[in-house]
Each structure stands twice: as C-alpha cells, then as structure tokens.
Design a protein around this ligand. Structure first.
Ligand SMILES: [Zn+2]
Length: 267
C-alpha cells in the first residue's frame, strides 16, 4: 500500500484514510505498513544525488510560459516538449527553477500485457523532463520509480492514462540501475460522453452514495465484468473477500478490453 501524496499542497486531508477504508471494505489487504510519499524525501534526494553525480541532470530556469513560447506544437493532451533551452548551461543572470534529466535520442520499448508492444522516443514526446519541480517538490516519475524499487514491486497494474509516463519511468529505472517491472495498463472508466473522469468531477469516489457493506459484492462483480472477466458464476451477495479470492483463480488478462468505456448503469 502506497499513498501517492507527494504533491502535499494539493492533498485533501482525510482522503487517504477514505481510500484505505474503502479498499478494506471491498476485501483488499496489503503487506506491511503503508508507504507515504510525503515522508520519503530522503530516498528521493539520494536518487537525485546519484543522477547528478553521473551528470544526467541540469538546472533549468524556464517558466511554463517561457517553454510554451519557444516549444513547437504541444504533443498529446497537455504535454509540451521541452525545447532544451538550458541543456547547455542556463542563462547566468536567471535563477534556476527546476532540475531536468537529459533524455536519450534512442527509442524505449516495453511489452504491455494489455496493449502489447509500446515504443516511445522521449526526445519527441516530452524532451528533457523535470525531476525536481520549481516548487522544490520531487517529481512524480522520480518518486514512483524509487518507491517501486524500494518496495520490490515487480508488476505495475494501473490505468491506461499512465501508459505515456512509462517510457520516462523505464528510463529513470535504467539510470538508477533498478530492475524493470512488468506493466499492465487497464482501460479507464470514462464519462458517458467519452471524456475522462477526473478528480475535478464531483461523483467519482467509489464510496459516494453506496453502502459498501451491502453492495460491495455487486460493485466488485461490475468491476470484474468491466475488465472483461466472466462473472456468470459469481455470487454477488457473497462477502467481497470471497469474490476476490475466486476472481484471483480465474482472472485472465487476455480478456481485458483494450478500449476505455463508460461504466454503464447505476448500482
Ligand atoms: Zn530551461
């Protein structure tokens, strides 16, 4: 169990407890004590120091507006390719804001269990990216690979919206000498109109309006069906733990759909 509360100014008090409570009610268990990213600064600083010692990093004084002015057309959703303005030394009259890592010109490939082979060239999709932010926080990609390695995570299962982050994370793993986990990117539940559900939408908490003690089994069954699994034999009234144990035995990654889709209907 890891709480990705790295972005401390944006953390909503009580949210982590809410998430853990919901997972417990749905029958999930975890090993050991939860890892809180907000308390792991020393580990991230060590990793950053190692990257710096091997000359992979440089200070950058560019603001978002600077980059937007210089960069060519934005790539992907809201990603702008960093044009490398400070890569050969920053303007000495300006203060460094963030720290970036130099990306290679070679392609990075990995085999996703659902999507198949994915190939990315970081120089084209993001350019040299930030590992320490202008507000002095460690960047998410750095924290994620350090935590995965320290927790001996060997399989990453997450939403398909993070598939474009994977190349950056694999690159950092390589630089830091970590093993590469396997990757499973699951289709997303999207809004009926096709747009992405986000934290900005109000009704996205699983627990909102649902009595998990009564309807946890129904919710789990719906989730399994969403992931393409055969739920014809599932007893929705069974305790969530039992449904999960049975699902573990029969879960087939081949059946996971490759497309995002809305979670149709109400409970
Ligand atoms: Zn810069």
């Amino acid at each position: 169990m890891r709480i990705d509360d790295l972005d401390t100014p944006r953390v909503i008090p009580g949210m982590a407890d809410d998430i853990m409570g919901t997972l417990e009610q749905l029958g999930f268990e975890w090993d050991g004590v939860p890892l809180w990213q907000s308390r792991r600064g020393e580990a991230y600083a060590d990793a950053l120091e190692r990257l710096d010692r091997n000359d992979h990093l440089y200070p950058c004084c560019c603001s978002r507006a600077d980059i937007a002015r210089i960069a060519t057309a934005p790539h992907g959703e809201d990603e702008i390719v960093y044009p490398g303005t400070c890569s050969h030394g920053k303007d000495p009259s300006r203060e460094a804001r963030s720290i970036r890592v130099r990306v290679p010109s070679e392609e990075i490939s990995f085999d996703d269990v659902v999507t198949g082979r994915v190939t990315q060239r970081l120089a084209d999709c993001c350019g040299d990216f930030v590992v320490r932010r202008a507000d002095d926080l460690f960047a998410y990609h750095l924290a994620t690979v350090v935590d995965d390695a320290d927790s001996l995570v060997n399989q990453v299962v997450r939403g398909a919206d993070l598939i474009t982050s994977t190349g950056r994370q694999i690159f950092l793993q390589t630089l830091l000498g970590y093993d590469r986990p396997s990757y499973v990117h699951l289709p997303l539940v999207i809004a009926p109109c096709g747009s992405k559900l986000s934290k900005r939408d109000s009704a996205v908490s699983i627990a909102a309006g649902i009595n998990l003690e009564l309807d946890g089994g129904i919710l789990l069954t719906r989730a399994l069906a969403f992931l393409g699994q055969d739920v014809s034999a599932v007893d929705q009234a069974a305790p969530p733990k039992e449904i999960l144990s049975a699902a573990l035995l029969s879960f087939d990654t081949e059946l996971i759909p490759k497309c995002n889709s809305p979670f149709v209907g109400a409970l």
